[in-house]
Design a protein. Structure first.
Lengths: 330, 358
């Protein structure tokens, strides 16, 4: 069904499309430039030039490796929620809170009605797509995750905040589609944190995607999926991009009990490990996937964004994904 | 009814000012080898004093040390036990906070104190706070321990931990270690211990394991009392609606039951209907969101429950530790507690006046 949808959208993909989840590590020169920009040592324009350079590097690298559906690598983003919160009216930057150890971040606060400010990601998508003939995914953070990772001082409750965000993000999706984007990934890593709120996430995703003509993917990770499966299949997307390897492919047991009915971007390399998986390890993971999933539905990618790895590790992990996809395709 | 204003655990260790970033700076420099372990301990001491001073200034009467030295609620305790190694990061319930997961390579054993020294430091520091002298005799420090079941639930078994195959065995081993710590805390002068068991709300099917592990600590508490000591155990549960387990929780042999009221608006009615045979910790101030509650509204909510709580005593506090909030909001949430108590007293006066004139 979804493969037919892709064909109808003019996206022709081989079996086992190789892709990646979204983020890639920033080269050292960009890390330095972001630090310089935060201290006022370089201009926004100077920073953007380096972000474009890094984006072009990753597009070229993905093409060289043979990735089928590309991402822009999010070289211009810091945190996946703060990036949108900093651009959407209704948000205020909050004070510092700790995420772990000695790491802190500014958690956004919803202090007014959240609104779409005009295109947020479209410019970057157009730039990245302009560098390649292969499809580039549009990349958004979903309304449930933006809500869950923000404080809410404006809306009556979490649901009201989530649905308001959905209405705003729908306009971003429409803008991406109008720009020519056909594959749009809406990340919801917070999907399983409160299983009782899954209906809210599903309702919000309906608001984002209903009636819009694109192939939709959602990425979820760090999940307690046993609490939301199979109900999560009601999320109105074509493809679930799931962290599989980090949990020892535990989810396959769930799929055996209740068939997985969507396309899947199957995480075959662990993004939290410095060790690059060998070909046999990745091949065995895909073989395991094929014991419960039809080959027409399986995409191959890393577990999650690769931004926490070094540039070299990210490239090698991506190479392992592509090699596995090609081996099974042939 | 005595209403004690209480913290519920952690307090932010950072703020926006340079002064309040002392610990962050020192830890970063220590990671690079540019500061010593003693420098880091000094920074922790300083930020602990500040966390305590802010709690007292906000009007809190039963304070904590802010758990400033804790990497997280799991590894800070488990990592001090023999037989435990500390592994990678895992999300802490539905928060955006990550803890390091313990790996059991042998039966966990307490060969050294876990938080006794931290408690002693805090108890001494309280006496030296300038504001504390005005409230002499009304303030106390409570140590906080994560409970044996929650520690066990988040532990893995590693190579060498073959004899630790079951969750019950993990919980029992942690309970024994924590029981020793409980006795040491009592000897150090603690009279009120907060024991956090948030995991039981998420995994109620483990009730028997949870209750058996808790029983070991209750036994340890009884021994303290029998030998002339004094120690109350306050069991705190949070990060999920405790309503479905409420009556079983309230029947446990602990001295206080602390509840998170932010996950279900129905919990107030559950408590008001069933009552409580023991004093309750009322987590009515949301420790996870920056929005400040209306003191009058919270007071009205409390009025429904207070007459049903045994012991003529309740503890009003945040729904959980406050490290999930920016520092200014954490302080504002604690300040709210006194305003809620004042609103409650005002409403009670109003009602007495009405009944008098009526």
């Amino acid at each position: 069904m979804s493969r037919q949808k892709l064909e109808r959208l003019g996206v022709h993909l081989p079996l086992f499309p190789a892709t990646s989840v979204g983020s890639f590590p920033k080269p050292d020169y960009l890390v330095q430039a972001r630090a310089d920009f935060s201290k006022g040592r370089i201009t926004q324009q100077q920073l953007e030039e380096l972000e474009r350079k890094a984006t072009a590097f990753w597009i070229a690298k993905q093409e060289e490796l043979g990735v089928d559906v590309l991402v822009d690598g999010e070289q211009y983003r810091g945190d996946m929620v703060a990036y949108f919160a900093e651009r959407m009216p209704g948000f205020t930057q909050g004070g510092l809170v700790r995420s772990y150890g000695n790491r802190y971040y500014h958690k956004p606060v919803i202090t007014g009605a959240v609104l779409w400010p005009g295109p947020i990601t479209v410019g970057w998508w157009k730039y990245a797509q302009g560098l390649t003939a292969k499809p580039v995914k549009g990349m958004l953070t979903g309304p449930y995750t933006v809500m869950d990772w923000s404080f809410n001082e404006h809306y009556a409750d979490r649901k009201a905040a989530c649905l308001a965000l959905a209405d705003a993000l729908r306009q971003e999706v429409q803008a991406l589609i109008a720009a020519g984007c056909r594959i749009i990934q809406i990340d919801e890593p917070a999907l399983s944190v409160r299983p009782e709120e899954l209906p809210i996430a599903i309702e919000a995703m309906h608001r984002v995607t209903n009636g819009l003509d694109a192939y939709f993917i959602t990425h979820a990770c760090y999940g307690a999926f046993e609490y939301i499966y199979p109900a999560m299949l009601d999320l109105p997307v074509d493809n679930f991009d799931l962290e599989m390897s980090n949990s020892g492919l535990d989810m396959l047991a769930l799929f055996r009990r209740h068939p997985f009915t969507k396309d899947i971007s199957f995480g075959v390399v662990d993004v939290h490990s410095h060790v690059v998986e060998d070909a046999d390890t990745v091949r065995r993971r895909v073989e395991q996937a094929l014991t419960v999933l039809p080959k027409e539905r399986v995409w191959v990618d890393p577990d999650c964004g690769l931004k926490t790895r070094t540039v070299e590790e990210a490239i090698e992990k991506l190479r392992a994904c592509v090699a596995a996809a090609r081996a099974f395709r042939n | 009814m005595t209403l004690i204003l209480s913290s519920t655990g952690a307090y932010p260790r950072i703020g926006d000012s340079s002064e309040l970033q002392l610990l962050r700076r020192t830890a970063a420099l220590a990671e690079r080898g540019e500061r010593t372990a003693a420098d880091l301990a000094d920074a922790e001491n300083e930020m602990t004093r500040k966390a305590m001073e802010e709690q007292v200034r906000a009007g809190v009467e039963l304070i904590t040390d802010g758990q400033i030295r804790w990497y997280d609620p799991i590894s800070h305790l488990a990592g001090k036990l023999a037989g435990v190694e500390i592994n990678g990061l895992l999300r802490f319930f539905d928060t955006n906070f990550y803890f390091r997961q313990p790996v059991l390579i042998a039966r966990p054993q307490r060969l050294q104190p876990m938080i006794v020294d931290e408690y002693r430091f805090a108890a001494n520091a309280l006496g030296q706070l300038p504001l504390a002298s005005e409230k002499a005799g009304k303030l106390a420090v409570k140590p906080v321990l994560t409970g044996p079941y929650t520690l066990a639930k988040f532990s893995l078994v590693g190579a060498g931990g073959d004899g630790m195959s079951s969750l019950a065995a993990h919980a029992e081993a942690y309970a024994e270690a924590l029981s020793e710590e409980l006795r040491a805390l009592a000897e150090a002068g603690a009279t009120f211990l907060q024991l956090d068991e948030p995991a039981i709300l998420k995994y109620p099917g483990d009730w028997d394991i949870f209750a058996a592990a808790l029983a070991k600590l209750v036994t340890a508490r009884e021994r303290v009392v029998k030998s002339g000591g004094r120690l109350a155990i306050a069991l705190y549960v949070y990060f999920r609606d405790p309503g479905p387990l409420y009556e079983r929780l309230a029947a446990l042999p602990v001295d206080v039951l602390g509840l998170d009221f932010t996950y279900s608006p129905n919990l107030v009615d559950v408590v008001a209907s069933a009552g409580s045979p023991i004093p309750l910790g009322l987590g009515l101030v949301d420790g996870r969101n920056t929005r400040l509650e209306d003191p009058s509204a919270v007071a009205r909510t409390m009025e429904k429950m207070l007459p049903k709580i045994a012991g003529e005593m309740a503890y009003l506090g945040p729904s959980c530790g406050l490290e999930y909030l920016p520092r200014d909001r954490a302080y504002a949430k604690l300040e709210l507690l006194e305003r809620i108590r004042a609103a409650l007293a005002g409403q009670a006066r109003l009602q007495r006046g009405r009944s008098h004139t009526g």
